[in-house]
Design a binder for this molecule. Structure first.
Ligand SMILES: [Zn+2]
Length: 108
Protein backbone atom coordinates (compact mmCIF):
# COMPACT_ATOMS: atom_id res chain seq x y z
CA UNK A 1 0.00 0.00 0.00
CA UNK A 2 1.26 3.43 -0.88
CA UNK A 3 1.00 6.56 1.21
CA UNK A 4 1.94 10.14 0.44
CA UNK A 5 4.89 12.09 1.81
CA UNK A 6 3.63 14.54 4.43
CA UNK A 7 6.23 17.10 3.33
CA UNK A 8 6.32 17.08 -0.48
CA UNK A 9 3.19 15.01 -1.26
CA UNK A 10 4.92 12.47 -3.49
CA UNK A 11 3.67 8.87 -3.36
CA UNK A 12 5.92 6.71 -1.17
CA UNK A 13 5.80 3.08 -0.03
CA UNK A 14 3.94 2.85 3.29
CA UNK A 15 6.92 0.97 4.77
CA UNK A 16 9.35 3.74 3.82
CA UNK A 17 11.09 5.35 6.77
CA UNK A 18 12.05 8.50 4.90
CA UNK A 19 10.76 10.04 1.68
CA UNK A 20 13.07 9.17 -1.27
CA UNK A 21 12.29 12.56 -2.81
CA UNK A 22 12.75 15.07 0.02
CA UNK A 23 14.21 12.92 2.82
CA UNK A 24 11.59 13.84 5.44
CA UNK A 25 10.80 11.14 8.04
CA UNK A 26 7.44 9.47 7.32
CA UNK A 27 6.23 7.79 10.51
CA UNK A 28 5.68 10.73 12.80
CA UNK A 29 2.04 11.79 12.89
CA UNK A 30 1.48 14.56 10.34
CA UNK A 31 1.26 18.04 11.78
CA UNK A 32 -1.80 19.70 10.23
CA UNK A 33 -1.05 23.19 11.54
CA UNK A 34 2.23 23.46 9.64
CA UNK A 35 0.84 22.91 6.09
CA UNK A 36 -1.94 25.42 6.79
CA UNK A 37 0.57 28.01 8.02
CA UNK A 38 2.82 27.24 5.03
CA UNK A 39 -0.12 27.75 2.66
CA UNK A 40 -0.95 31.15 4.19
CA UNK A 41 2.71 32.23 4.13
CA UNK A 42 3.11 31.15 0.49
CA UNK A 43 -0.03 33.14 -0.44
CA UNK A 44 1.55 36.26 1.09
CA UNK A 45 5.18 35.70 0.08
CA UNK A 46 5.99 32.69 -2.16
CA UNK A 47 8.89 30.66 -0.75
CA UNK A 48 8.49 31.35 2.98
CA UNK A 49 5.90 28.59 3.39
CA UNK A 50 7.97 26.26 1.21
CA UNK A 51 10.96 26.76 3.55
CA UNK A 52 8.67 26.04 6.51
CA UNK A 53 7.74 22.71 4.89
CA UNK A 54 11.43 21.78 4.91
CA UNK A 55 12.05 22.35 1.19
CA UNK A 56 14.62 25.03 1.90
CA UNK A 57 16.43 25.14 -1.47
CA UNK A 58 13.16 25.34 -3.43
CA UNK A 59 11.82 27.96 -1.03
CA UNK A 60 14.93 30.13 -1.37
CA UNK A 61 14.71 29.79 -5.19
CA UNK A 62 11.06 30.92 -5.08
CA UNK A 63 11.98 33.92 -2.89
CA UNK A 64 14.81 34.91 -5.25
CA UNK A 65 12.55 34.60 -8.32
CA UNK A 66 9.88 36.64 -6.53
CA UNK A 67 12.40 39.44 -5.87
CA UNK A 68 13.50 39.29 -9.54
CA UNK A 69 9.83 39.59 -10.55
CA UNK A 70 9.43 42.70 -8.36
CA UNK A 71 12.54 44.27 -9.89
CA UNK A 72 11.18 43.58 -13.40
CA UNK A 73 7.84 45.14 -12.36
CA UNK A 74 9.66 48.43 -11.66
CA UNK A 75 11.49 48.56 -15.01
CA UNK A 76 8.21 49.40 -16.88
CA UNK A 77 9.50 47.89 -20.17
CA UNK A 78 9.93 44.45 -18.60
CA UNK A 79 6.86 44.72 -16.34
CA UNK A 80 4.88 42.05 -18.28
CA UNK A 81 7.72 39.58 -17.69
CA UNK A 82 7.74 40.51 -14.00
CA UNK A 83 4.00 39.92 -13.74
CA UNK A 84 4.22 36.53 -15.51
CA UNK A 85 7.25 35.46 -13.43
CA UNK A 86 5.69 36.65 -10.16
CA UNK A 87 2.42 34.87 -10.92
CA UNK A 88 4.23 31.65 -11.94
CA UNK A 89 6.25 31.58 -8.69
CA UNK A 90 3.08 32.29 -6.68
CA UNK A 91 1.20 29.38 -8.33
CA UNK A 92 4.25 27.11 -7.92
CA UNK A 93 4.49 27.88 -4.19
CA UNK A 94 0.73 27.40 -3.87
CA UNK A 95 0.86 23.96 -5.55
CA UNK A 96 3.62 22.81 -3.14
CA UNK A 97 1.58 24.06 -0.15
CA UNK A 98 -1.66 22.39 -1.30
CA UNK A 99 0.13 19.09 -2.01
CA UNK A 100 1.69 19.12 1.48
CA UNK A 101 -1.68 19.98 3.00
CA UNK A 102 -3.60 17.23 1.18
CA UNK A 103 -0.82 14.70 1.92
CA UNK A 104 -1.25 15.52 5.62
CA UNK A 105 -5.03 15.11 5.37
CA UNK A 106 -4.71 11.73 3.64
CA UNK A 107 -2.26 10.46 6.26
CA UNK A 108 -4.33 11.72 9.23
ZN1 LIG B 1 8.84 13.97 0.33
Amino acid sequence: MATFCRACGIEVDSRAVICPSCGVAQHARPDQARPVLALVLNLLLPGVGTILLGQVSIGVLQLVLQVVAWVLDFTVILTPFGIVLGFSVWVWALVISIRAFSAGRRAA
